[in-house]
Design a protein around this ligand. Sequence first.
Ligand SMILES: CC(C)(COP(=O)(O)OP(=O)(O)OC[C@H]1O[C@@H](n2cnc3c(N)ncnc32)[C@H](O)[C@@H]1OP(=O)(O)O)[C@@H](O)C(=O)NCCC(=O)NCCS
Length: 188
Amino acid sequence: MTAAEAPHCASGEPDARGGPRVAAGDPILRGDRVVLRPLTDHDAPAILTILAEPGVAAWWRRAEWEQVTEAGATVFAVMVGDAIAGCIQFTEETDPDYHSASIDVFVADAWQDRGVGSDAMRTLIAYLVGGRGHHRLTVDPAAANARAIHVYERLGFRPVGTMHAYERVADATWRDALLMELVIDKRD
Ligand SMILES: CC(C)(COP(=O)(O)OP(=O)(O)OC[C@H]1O[C@@H](n2cnc3c(N)ncnc32)[C@H](O)[C@@H]1OP(=O)(O)O)[C@@H](O)C(=O)NCCC(=O)NCCS
């Protein structure tokens, strides 16, 4: 399994052949504070540790990554210096008549509220719009995830509407999510 094929951000066990595997063509993206580099199988222990942290586990479930395969997801480690501060990924609709991309992100507890998530999002948005020609991006935070919604709104995402009973969470209840979109008018 390559990083690009990873179900969400949990990339499974380290590569048995040894040495990191980086999918050819995946870029390294530089933000103001962060560097987004393709996730490798060797990042799995660090990512799984982050996923177990309370501030992340409240909004992301490890089982999601282990069970749900997002075909074609491109996954990056969010680096601050030498530290893996989180993970960010996108999936694309490649049909030219419906061209768009969706983004998922999480930042480790110790790095939250320090501008890392915003910079990672800004960096990936710039790549998706400038490098991959997207004009429409979406995110779908839990409706109760006020911090994520605040960050996305500040980056220009606008609410489309509530997706009711969208995801099943740890206590087996169904949680609402907010679909948000960022639409760039390419005529500008
Ligand atoms: C959501 C997340 C990606 C944001 O990244 P981050 O690095 O923590 O965010 P930043 O430091 O860039 O910005 C945080 C902003 O949220 C604000 N904020 C913090 N807690 C908040 C809350 N409970 N309600 C509203 N806003 C809040 C901060 O004040 C700051 O806004 P400001 O710069 O306008 O003052 C990160 O916190 C995270 O990964 N959380 C856990 C997992 C998660 O929720 N992932 C997103 C799933 S859609």
